[in-house]
Design a protein around this ligand. Structure first.
Ligand SMILES: *Cc1c(COP(=O)(O)O)cnc(C)c1O
Length: 326
């Protein structure tokens, strides 16, 4: 029998990742949602990645990548230009593994975020006026000092790290027949679906993006990675491009995803407020998108549905602005 391998990543890489990241990453709970289950007449479970120590699943990929570096690479340190969940994850892992970490950011990044990264022990380099300047500087640093830039999604070790979510899902819910996964760069979806489909190729993989700026969705329609204008969205963690030379996630998502759905800001808001109301948890828009989509469905042909609740990086003001309206 042939083994499943997409863009060079296999289920064995995912098992390796699970072994490697165990001391840094939490095994997160799988919560049965009675209310969603009743609505859809199916069993709906929520994979609570919002309960990772950093508040998002990105810890898995960052940990797997950083811990897979050679001793020499670790000594030289790691760098990133993300200030969101990936940046926080890189800083957290580097601190835990005693590796120097640099986060390159632009002058426009709010002080609050800068403080958070510094508290995690990262060295913060403030350069330029926008995200592109910070990114460019980060790669200059790589050329000059030999630090390793940890990419947020387009890296086999990062993808395999995110895939460890699927191993936990299969352990707790072997009957899973649909996974609903937030989608941006595609590292999360690629890793999880590689592991699920290696186990049972009939498991349905549904990717969820916001209506405006769904870069993977539009790129798949065009047959190649494209650049989209960014608009304001509640699902800010789903913003960002696929990169000019995407090597892994575009082709993996193309091959592994069965269905791609877009959700409105209104639905995302409903998803966030649903979690607050029924499960008493504050989650961010990227994570609420999947719930928002499911709440809009009348019924489901699947029996055991898992939604990945990808993160909780939401501020009080956002929650306050939605309270009472949804
Ligand atoms: C990064 C992120 C995503 C999307 O993950 P990709 O691997 O880029 O598709 C979804 N939700 C949250 C909370 C994230 O931080």
């Amino acid at each position: 029998m042939e083994r499943m391998q997409v863009a060079g990543v296999t289920i064995r890489d995912v098992w390796r990742a699970q072994k490697r990241i165990g001391s840094i990453v939490s095994k997160t709970p799988l919560l049965f949602s009675q209310h969603l289950s009743d609505r859809l007449e199916a069993n709906v479970y929520l994979k609570l990645e919002n309960m990772q120590p950093t508040g998002a699943f990105k810890l898995r990929g960052a940990a797997n990548k950083i811990l897979s570096l050679t001793k020499d690479e670790k000594d030289k340190g790691v760098a990133t230009f993300s200030t969101g969940n990936h940046g926080i994850a890189v800083a957290h892992v580097a601190k835990a593994a005693n590796i120097p970490a640099t986060v390159c950011i632009s002058r426009r990044v709010p002080q609050e975020k800068v403080k958070k990264l510094k508290r995690l022990g990262a060295h913060v380099e403030i350069v330029g006026d926008n995200q592109d300047d910070a990114e460019q500087y980060c790669y200059e640093l790589e050329n000059q000092s030999g630090v390793t830039v940890i990419k947020p999604f387009d890296d086999p070790e990062v993808i395999a790290g995110q895939g460890t979510i699927a191993l936990e899902l299969l352990e707790e819910c072997p009957e899973i027949d649909q996974a609903v996964i937030p989608l941006s760069g595609g590292g999360l979806l690629a890793g999880i679906s590689l592991a699920l489909k290696s186990t049972d190729a009939t498991i349905n993989i549904t990717g969820v993006s916001m209506e405006k700026g769904a870069v993977m969705h539009e790129s798949l329609k065009h047959g190649r990675p494209i650049v989209l204008k960014e608009s304001d969205t509640l699902a800010d963690s789903l913003l960002g491009g696929l990169g000019p030379d995407n090597r892994y996630t575009f082709s993996m998502v193309k091959q592994l995803m069965d269905k791609s759905v877009l959700v409105s800001e209104n639905s995302i808001a409903k998803g966030i407020m649903f979690m607050l109301e029924y499960h008493k948890m504050a989650i961010e828009g990227a994570a609420g998108a999947g719930i928002g989509w499911l709440l809009g469905e009348e019924s489901s042909k699947y029996k055991n549905i898992v939604l990945v609740i990808s993160g909780n990086n939401v501020d009080h003001d956002t929650i306050r602005s939605l309270t009472g309206k949804y």
